[in-house]
Design a protein around this ligand. Structure first.
Ligand code: UD1
Length: 340
């Protein structure tokens, strides 16, 4: 069986996807430069699965290492997770973001092309929809009204992949648009480890509950939603990882095609609902106060996830309770290990 090459294999989504693919019997070749992850994740993946991935340390922009990987391994498909993902940093460092997120895809695709490997799953984001007027958001909704360089960098990559497919429809391309990822593997050995103060809601709530941050700032309670706070589609990272296993199976069967899927649960929860569920599931108190809206935020975003269900046979199974429990337990395990 040919191997799957995973870029960003020790990151939050990359590590969970490695676990699910190894458990499903696939062989993996991985690349990471640990710019936003740790070497120990490789040991954790082994501890969970009892299996190893063939690992290369390096940068996606380095054509030499990419070529070496394709020369030394028989690669069947690629899953490309390696990217910067901080919205705030992308606003402050757009050039670095475009180089890292867009040039890396171009380098990867050119190396894939020269080794005649034409099968790729690409990590995109619901941010490509911007503030959609249609809710739930389907894959046909308009894209392009991104509001930060992070979202725009992913949109450019989608455009590159679409052009590539138009030029040569023997490619097999799957674009996943992720909604709001949360949770951690039930071993609590891997999960999200944000650098510094988290920008996203769930890790922030977890740190408040653990007393590491004093209070959650809820960004606005005057949106046009039932309780006035923003509504998002939160999805457990293990469910999301499993979608990649389903997609790999589809790529193996289809051989060619270009497909785009939303990965969400299809349900939206408000910030206040998140806080309440988190408190109840974990039996903790989350102090919060309402502050003004965060610039660039939208009121409501959740997915129509039926396309992935119909075509990939994949559906998110884990509940909001699972997400709140696993995010808390993982953050707590970090605290117990003294990780800040
Ligand atoms: C953000 C990014 C999006 C990215 C996604 C996943 C923006 C505008 N969008 O989505 O591109 O794909 O993360 O990483 O940043 N909230 C609070 N207090 C907080 C943090 C968040 O009230 O301290 C609220 C937000 O206003 C929002 C919800 O919680 O209503 C979710 O926020 P967040 O977790 O940051 O995700 P998004 O903004 O949806």
């Amino acid at each position: 069986m040919k191997k799957i090459f995973i870029t960003g294999c020790t990151g939050y989504i990359g590590s969970h996807t490695c676990v699910e693919l190894l458990n499903a019997g696939y062989e993996i070749v991985g690349l990471d430069n640990f710019s936003n992850s740790k070497k120990e994740v490789l040991d954790k993946i082994k501890e969970i699965t009892g299996k190893e991935i063939k690992f290369y340390e390096g940068n996606m922009l380095d054509k030499t290492i990419l070529s070496k990987i394709f020369e030394e391994n028989e690669i069947g498909s690629v899953i490309d997770f390696a990217a910067y993902k901080s919205v705030g940093d992308s606003v402050n460092m757009p050039v670095e973001y475009y180089i890292n997120n867009v040039s890396s895809v171009l380098t990867l695709l050119s190396v894939m092309k020269s080794h005649n490997v034409k099968s790729i799953i690409f990590s995109s984001t619901a941010a490509v929809y911007g503030d959609s007027t249609i809710i739930p958001v389907t894959e046909e909704c308009e894209t392009g009204k991104t509001i930060n360089p992070y979202g725009t960098s992913k949109l450019y990559c989608e455009g590159i992949l679409k052009d590539l497919y138009k030029s040569d429809n023997s490619w097999n391309i799957c674009i996943f648009r992720y909604f709001n990822l949360v949770g951690a593997h039930k071993s609590y050995l891997i999960g999200e480890e944000p650098n510094g103060t988290p920008a996203n809601l769930m890790p922030y709530i977890a740190k408040v509950a653990l007393g590491e941050l004093p209070c959650l700032n809820i960004f606005g309670d005057d949106y046009n939603t039932p309780d006035g706070t923003g509504i998002r589609d939160y999805i457990h990272v293990v469910d999301l990882a499993k979608a990649h296993v389903s997609a790999i199976k589809k790529l193996e069967l289809d051989k060619k095609g270009m497909h785009i899927y939303n990965l969400g649960t299809g349900k939206g929860y408000s910030v206040l609902e998140m806080v309440k569920t988190f408190e109840k599931v974990n039996n903790v108190k989350v102090n919060y106060k309402i502050v003004k809206r965060r610039p660039g935020d939208i009121a409501v975003s959740y997915a129509d996830a039926t396309k992935a269900q119909n075509e990939l046979g994949w559906k998110a199974e884990l509940t909001l309770e699972d997400m709140c429990r696993d995010s808390y337990m993982f953050t707590k395990s970090l605290k117990n290990k003294g990780v800040k």
